[in-house]
Design a protein around this ligand. Structure first.
Ligand code: CUA
Length: 334
């Protein structure tokens, strides 16, 4: 019994301790670092105040006082002094101090200058993220989904917009939350101090699958980032083997092409994630499932079971051959 409960619990604890940090306790960029300093300073200061308060309460409980018969006349002046100092003066000084400290830290925030052209436009959809790279000349713009790549050590300006309801972009290791509001562009400047994968999450309730609207920021060395970018700029890979080629036919002739775009092919739908380089992404379903054969198959035929309420319908009419070919095709799209 002990082993059955304690060992898994221990595993869970240690696993969460070293898992990928979607946590404000693991700042990996300047903005998140500043937020972390404000958080810890507030926590420590309020901890000290709480400690002193408990000491005072303890002292009030145990200190000697006169008996009921011969108690001293109530010291009104002393009582009022306590209320003035402890209840007004000290909280005023502490809160003003914290306010100034937080403001000073936040003024360091690398907040985007709105006149600057943002490198990446992120559009929130129920329940996924459209990611448009707008850096450089127009013929170097491209669209992807749910996975953002940035070069390490370089501030990247994001323009945040929404296609439907209010969402919120939150990658805690890199920055605080910022809302994506229909008709109201917002800006955020993110920067990662080291290479790595930084998971995030929609942080504004936006409907049934809000909890499965995840985002992944991949910070890469400038060389790796340049390679990734070069590949994303290319049109989709043309399938070489017969199965994958047949899969493309199924994709283009079926309902897939009505919603999804695969650049360089007839598939030109605009309401669902761009799949031109789907196979280069780590996850599917807004980072809710692995990008492997099993999950791709499950997603195509039973998206409404995996993620009820999302826009992807259950496509149960493909026979085994078509489904396998379709997956082969999707796996070619590196
Ligand atoms: Cu989008 Cu919650």
């Amino acid at each position: 019994m002990m082993r059955k409960v304690i060992f898994p619990a221990f595993l869970l604890l240690t696993a969460t301790a070293c898992g990928p940090p979607q946590s404000i306790l693991h700042p990996e960029g300047p903005a998140a670092g500043n937020l972390s300093v404000i958080g810890w300073a507030t926590f420590i200061l309020l901890g000290v105040i709480a400690f002193v308060m408990w000491l005072l309460i303890g002292w009030a409980a145990v200190r000697r006082r006169g008996t009921l018969q011969e108690h001293e006349p109530y010291d009104e002046g002393g009582g009022q002094r306590w209320i003035f100092i402890g209840g007004l003066a000290i909280p005023f000084v502490v809160l003003c101090g914290l306010f100034v400290f937080a403001m000073e830290r936040m003024s360091d925030f690398p907040i985007s200058d709105h006149s600057v052209n943002p490198e990446i436009r992120i559009v929130g959809h129920q329940f996924w993220w459209e990611v448009q790279y707008l850096d450089g000349p127009v013929d170097e713009h491209f669209t992807t989904a749910n996975e953002i790549h940035i070069p390490v050590g370089k501030p990247v300006d994001l323009l945040l917009e929404s296609a439907d309801v209010i969402h919120s972009f939150w990658v805690p290791s890199l920055h605080g939350k910022m809302q994506l509001i229909p008709g109201q562009p917002n800006y955020l400047r993110i920067e990662a101090s080291r290479p790595g994968e930084f998971p995030g999450q929609c942080a504004e309730y936006c409907g049934e699958q809000h909890a499965h609207m995840r985002i992944l920021v991949v910070a890469q060395t400038p060389e790796e980032y340049a390679l990734w970018r070069q590949n994303q700029l290319k049109p989709a890979v043309v399938p070489q083997d017969a199965d994958a080629a047949y899969g493309q036919q199924v994709f283009d002739d079926g309902p897939c092409a009505l919603c999804h775009t695969v650049r360089g092919t007839p598939a030109n739908g605009k309401v669902a994630p761009d799949l031109t380089h789907l196979a280069s992404r780590k996850y599917i379903g807004a980072n809710s499932f692995l990008n492997d054969k099993a999950d791709l198959g499950g997603w195509i035929t039973h998206a409404q079971t995996l993620k009820p309420g999302c826009e992807m319908p259950n496509l149960t009419f493909f026979d085994g051959r078509d489904l396998r070919a379709l997956i082969d095709y999707l796996e070619v799209l590196k």
